[in-house]
Write a protein that binds this ligand. Structure first.
Ligand SMILES: Cc1cc2nc3c(=O)[nH]c(=O)nc-3n(C[C@H](O)[C@H](O)[C@H](O)COP(=O)(O)O)c2cc1C
Length: 176
């Protein structure tokens, strides 16, 4: 790998959730490149319990974006990718596995100059399954709105590191 580690750290720190998108479409080969990368996300037992539904159709995006107020960015994005997970094939860890795949999609998109935002699904599983005609065992874990960014948001604040790190056991602060 030729990237310098500082560049990779910078790459990770500069990902932002993007909610405003340019109207230009995302080419199919770019979508497939991103999804090809996401197959390399780790999963328990390497079961890879995910499927991806690429939503380009405007009426379908409208239906999904009206399911809850937080999903409105999907209306402004040229494409959505729904990460759905087969709960039967990985009953204990399917949500974690598919969150990994969703995160890989976000990072691959960021690497290719695209913006994404994760739209919550877990409070509206049945509504989303109905719109997408997903079988009952496929639980939508994330809807990712994807497109070329039309905004440059400021970083969202993060809790201080010292509030979340312990040494050896809970309560014992890790400090230098
Ligand atoms: C599980 C999950 C659900 C989220 N749901 C929504 C959502 O429904 N709508 C939205 O606009 N952003 C949503 N977000 C994005 C978060 O608001 C965002 O990641 C967080 O504020 C940190 O900002 P950043 O991604 O720019 O660092 C979600 C993120 C995660 C991981």
């Amino acid at each position: 790998m030729s990237c310098r580690s500082e560049d990779i750290v910078e790459f990770l720190l500069t990902r932002r959730s993007i909610r405003q998108f340019k109207p230009e479409p995302v080419p199919d080969d770019v979508i497939l490149k991103i999804l090809n990368i996401s197959r390399y996300a780790p999963s328990a037992g390497n079961r890879q319990p995910w499927i991806f539904v690429v939503v380009k159709d405007g009426a379908m995006r409208e239906k999904l974006s009206s399911i809850h107020p937080g999903s409105a960015p999907l209306l402004r994005a040229p494409v959505g990718i729904v990460v759905a997970c087969d709960k039967n094939s990985s009953p204990i860890s399917y949500q974690v596995d598919c969150a990994n795949a969703a995160m890989y999609i976000m990072l691959a998109a960021h690497a290719l100059g695209l913006g994404t935002v994760w739209l919550q699904t877990l409070r509206n599983v049945e509504d989303i399954q109905k719109v997408l005609e997903l079988p009952e065992n496929y639980v939508p874990i994330a809807i990712l709105a994807i497109g070329y960014p039309a905004e440059k948001p400021q970083p969202k604040p993060r809790k201080p590191l010292e509030e979340m790190v312990y040494l050896n056991k809970y309560g014992n602060r890790y400090s230098t």
